[in-house]
Ligand binder design. Structure first.
Ligand code: 6PG
Length: 472
């Protein structure tokens, strides 16, 4: 019987949770997974939601069980598996149907798939879904890309399953083609940066101030009551306070210091380079994950260079300084992320809804935080303006950058690696330096390559220096 409102392929953790969320919101969903047993197990454990779930053992059966025109969500790993599923589904769908890729796709792949759809393929929508397993089950943040028609069609389901911020669904249409996946990548870049600055603060507490993990947990819990209130600070506090039931040790003390990454943060940094957008805090966070992988080299380095961060006296920095440094670092990293979105908006001709992006990030996603509502307000009045210059954030920076400066400089003095906090401070300082040192770069470029420069005392371009025979 073809009465499902929507189909879903890929019952991994995220797909299973999203299916239950859709079913719980009153939609009938047909589900399929390549391994049939996974479908059966999922259905057997669906409990009271089972009447809204139609388990399918083949793609043909899945399509047959959905009301036409068919809409099918893909929750499979990004990359080739998505192309394979699209090609398989194309045998059973026609151009009135819709494929919705809800994985963490590279937006360039989504652009390519959208082009293919325009040249006769099945229409495709790429949606960024954030919030991890719990978000997928109880309300993710959804960044949708695709045509307005596709969005209108999926909007009732996406808005129903999305997280709600004061009753407003955290699901928005970002623009055509890969716009939704691009916004999701920037979300993940900010996620990396936010995680990294928290980790750097933890490092200063642990190695600089000799706090044990539980004490770090208390500090984070306290920070979560003020400006830094956010999901990431909250869970970092919980991670720091947890103990390993097997050994009785603090969990943080038994977790290996090598961070994984699936690639979305890296994509953000790569796209920022393509767009010429300086997202130095995000880049530092991606590089820090890469550094974390170099465990053997770091162990050798500590012996070779007699390293290890030194203690920082309580008379030198305070916990309040550290909190202030995170406030400033966080504002700067979000300012960079939104600037990158603006650069993409100009380059790709998208009309990205800047304030609405901050709004969909207020609930459900990994970077949800109290500050996002203020960011949404700032972007509503000045969507193109760097957030650092929005009156509210500018005042916050004026009052918190001194703490960031104390923390970054004292940490560097004592040998603590703080790449993201230091990048945030240098970005701030660069942004308030009217006369930079790029005049030297231009002089160098002209000297060795006759690239020409502009002069401060005359209009025009293509001036050259008197390097003459010294050249080359
Ligand atoms: C989210 C997350 C999620 C991401 C994981 C792992 O918004 O729910 O961003 O999509 O894939 O958190 O990311 P890394 O493996 O790259 O850390």
């Amino acid at each position: 019987m073809s009465n499902a409102d929507v189909g879903l392929i890929g019952l991994g953790t995220m797909g299973a949770m999203l299916s239950l969320n859709i079913a719980e919101n009153g939609f009938k969903i047909a589900v399929y997974n390549r391994t049939t047993q996974v479908v059966r197990d999922f259905f057997d454990t669906a409990g009271e939601l089972a009447p809204n779930i139609l388990p399918c053992e083949t793609i043909e059966e899945l399509v047959a069980k959905i009301k036409p025109p068919h809409a099918i969500i893909l929750m499979v790993p990004a990359g080739d598996p998505v192309d394979q599923q699209i090609s398989e589904l194309s045998k059973f769908l026609n151009r009135s149907d819709l494929i919705v890729d809800a994985g963490n796709a590279n937006f360039r792949d989504t652009n390519r798939r959208s082009d293919a759809a325009r040249s006769g393929g099945i229409p495709i929508m790429g949606i960024g879904v954030s919030g991890g397993e719990v978000g997928a089950r109880y309300g993710p943040s959804i960044m949708a890309g695709g045509t307005a028609e596709s969005w209108n069609r999926m909007q009732p389901i996406l808005s129903a399953i999305a997280a709600k911020y004061e009753g407003i669904p955290c699901a928005t249409h970002m623009g055509p083609d890969g716009a939704g996946h691009f916004v999701k990548a920037v979300h993940n870049g900010i996620e990396y940066a936010d995680m990294q600055i928290i980790a750097e603060a933890y490092g200063i507490l642990r190695d600089g101030m000799s706090f044990d993990a539980a004490k770090c947990g208390e500090v984070l819990e306290d920070w979560n009551t003020r400006l830094l209130k956010s999901y990431l600070v909250e869970i970092s506090g919980m991670v720091a306070s947890a103990f390993d039931p097997e050994t009785g040790c603090a969990m943080l003390d038994i977790i290996e210091d090598r961070a994984g990454q699936k690639g979305t943060g890296r994509w953000t940094a790569i796209e920022a380079q393509h767009l010429g957008a300086p997202i130095t805090v995000i880049e530092a966070a991606v590089a820090a994950r890469n550094m974390s992988a170099l465990k053997h080299m770091r162990v050798d380095g500590e012996k070779h260079f007699a390293g290890a961060p030194q203690a920082i006296g309580k008379d030198v920095i305070t916990i309040a300084d550290l909190e202030g440094a995170l406030v400033a670092g966080k504002i700067i990293c979000y300012a960079q992320g939104f600037d990158l979105l603006n650069a993409a908006r100009r380059e790709f001709g998208w009309s990205l809804p800047m304030a609405a992006i901050a709004e969909v990030w207020r609930e459900g996603c990994i970077i949800r935080s109290a500050m996002l509502d203020d960011m949404a307000s700032a972007l509503r009045s000045a969507p193109d303006k760097n957030l650092m210059f929005a009156p509210y954030f500018s005042e916050l920076l004026k009052s918190h950058v001194p703490a960031l400066r104390r923390i970054a400089s004292r940490a560097l003095d004592a040998g603590h690696p703080v790449p993201a906090l230091a990048a945030a401070l240098s970005y701030f300082d660069s942004m308030r330096t009217a006369r930079s040192t790029a005049n030297m770069i231009q002089g160098q470029r002209d000297f060795f390559g006759a690239h020409g420069f502009e002069r401060v005392d005359r209009d025009g371009t293509g001036f050259h220096g008197p390097w003459g025979s010294h050249c080359q």
